[in-house]
Ligand binder design. Structure first.
Ligand SMILES: [Zn+2]
Length: 83
């Protein structure tokens, strides 16, 4: 099964892909309104918000969780390793 390169979510049906376009390798949660993939900074801050909200972590802990998660994802791996 195909997984989103930017968040790892399995994309089971066309509607899971950005704009419902199965040629896109990222999901609708990782797309901006115009259908482009969110930037590293946008996705990072969205994920930090999400983790803070859903897991009740403080900002610093959330950053650690998110960066660990993003290192495993094809869309961001190179950016994190280059820093
Ligand atoms: Zn995604």
């Amino acid at each position: 099964m195909e997984k989103c390169i930017a968040c790892g979510m399995p994309m089971e049906k066309p509607a899971d892909h950005a704009l419902g376009d199965v040629t896109k390798n990222y999901c609708r949660h990782c797309a901006k309104e115009n259908g482009e993939m969110q930037s590293f900074e946008e996705k990072r801050s969205n994920l930090i918000d999400f983790v803070t909200r859903t897991q009740g972590l403080d900002d610093k802990a959330a950053v650690g969780v998110v960066e660990t998660m993003m290192k495993e994802l094809p869309a961001w791996r190179d950016q994190l390793w280059n820093n």
